[in-house]
Design a protein around this ligand. Structure first.
Ligand SMILES: C[S@@+](CC[C@H](N)C(=O)[O-])C[C@H]1O[C@@H](n2cnc3c(N)ncnc32)[C@H](O)[C@@H]1O
Length: 185
């Protein structure tokens, strides 16, 4: 079970190593301000269903492009389950939804129960860099806006062994669509 943590441990949980976490805390200068920032971050995000860029129509469009019908789907960094619900409604796959925020997984499961979809979903509270699954366990791995946490290259390398033969990995990431982004952007 995940426990609620804060400060340096929280930064490390988000993928920073100890040195980077210490530096980030140091850069905050005023530790009280830093804690306040983290509290505000929690306050805003807890109220939002979607925690990353994307839309339902983008998810469905990508689902339609799959070459095979998935039977075992691993979603990494599922958050509050905005895409998970679509998988449950639009595929016959058994879904394993991973995140390291216990409250998000709890919210996800409550939503699925309200909609009678819970039997298709197992939630796992784990670090995306150390997931407790056997190799070749999934024929579809899906991660919306979360691979950046490990670094996209690292994520692809770490997650590929979990894919079965001919398995498919779908990852979305926030990137610039121009070489010259505006100052405000
Ligand atoms: C940008 S959000 C995207 C969430 C969701 N896919 C969405 O679009 O709403 C990144 C997600 O990764 C989770 N996360 C952060 N670090 C993680 C880690 N080390 N292991 C597993 N999940 C992590 C966060 O809790 C959050 O739910």
């Amino acid at each position: 079970m995940c426990k609620h943590i804060s400060g340096r441990d929280r930064l490390m949980k988000q993928g920073f190593d100890e040195k980077q976490a210490m530096r980030l805390k140091w850069l905050s200068k005023d530790m009280n301000e830093h804690e306040r920032y983290m509290q505000d971050f929690d306050l805003i995000f807890k109220e939002l269903e979607r925690w990353g860029p994307g839309s339902e129509s983008d998810t469905l469009k990508a689902l339609q492009k799959l070459p095979n019908k998935p039977t075992t789907l691993l979603e990494i960094g599922c958050g509050q389950g905005i895409a998970t619900e679509l998988f449950a409604r639009h595929t016959d796959a058994m879904i394993t939804a991973v995140d390291n925020e216990e409250f998000a997984l709890k919210h996800l499961m409550e939503k699925m129960q309200q909609n009678g979809l819970e039997e298709k979903i197992t939630t796992v509270c784990a670090d995306m860099a150390k997931m407790p699954f056997d190799t070749k366990s999934f024929d579809l791995i899906w991660s919306e806006g979360s691979a950046y946490i490990m670094g996209v290259k690292n994520a692809l390398k770490a997650w590929k062994p979990l894919l079965s033969e001919d398995g498919v990995l779908v990852v979305s990431d926030l990137v610039w669509s121009t070489d010259k982004p505006s100052e405000s952007a």
